[in-house]
Design a protein around this ligand. Sequence first.
Ligand code: ZN
Length: 223
Amino acid sequence: MADRFRTSATQLAAVGRRFYNRGWVLGTSGNFSAVVSRKPLRLAITASGLAKRTLTPSQILACDEHANIVGRTSGKPSAETLLHIEIARQRRAGAVLHTHSVWSTMLSERHAREGSLTLERFEMLKGLSGVASHEHRERIPILDNDQDMPRLAARVGEMLEQHPGAHAFLLRQHGLYTWGDTLADAERHVEILEFLFETIGRTRTLLTTSGDTATPGGPSWRS
Ligand SMILES: [Zn+2]
C-alpha cells in the first residue's frame, strides 16, 4: 500500500499544478484524492489550505473512511474529505477531483434554481466514461453550498443515488466535483466539463453582446 500511496501522492500533486496552470484551482482552492485501497478504504488526499501552484507529494495525506489521518503522514486533511469518501464509496471511484473555476462558479449560480445543468449534443461529451455519442444528455445536479461537511456529505450521498448516471455535480457558487475509475479518467472529466462550461458561458456572452440567437440544432444546454 505504501508504494501505491507514494505513486498517488506524486500524481495528485502533478494534477494540482496542471489545474492551477489552467486557472481551475487558484489560491488554496480545490482538492484531489485517489483511492489507495478499497478494503479497508484508504485515500490519498490533499492537505487543507495549500497553494495548488506549488503542490508537492509531501502535502498529500493518507486518510481512512472516517477522514482520520492514517499511516506516516500528518497534517489536516482537506475540509471536504467527507465528500471525497462519499463519492469513492458510492461510485466506487478510483479518484475524485474538485475544482473552483470561474465558469463552473458562474453556471452553478445561474442554474441553481432549476437544480441542474443539462449538456447535450456536444462532441466533447464523448470524453465522459461510457459515452459513445454526441447525442448523450448529461444532467449535472447542483447542490447548495454548505460549511457543515457531514450534512453536505449526506446530501451528496442522496443526490448520487438519485442520479446514477451523473459523471459530476456542482456546488452552488463554489465549484465542480467529478470522478473516474482512475485518476486519468477523473482528470479527463475535469478537462471535458471545464471545456463545456466555458463554451456555454462564452457562447451566452457572445449571443448577449451580438443580439444573435442560438442556431437551431446547434450545440445546446438547458436547465
Ligand atoms: Zn471547494
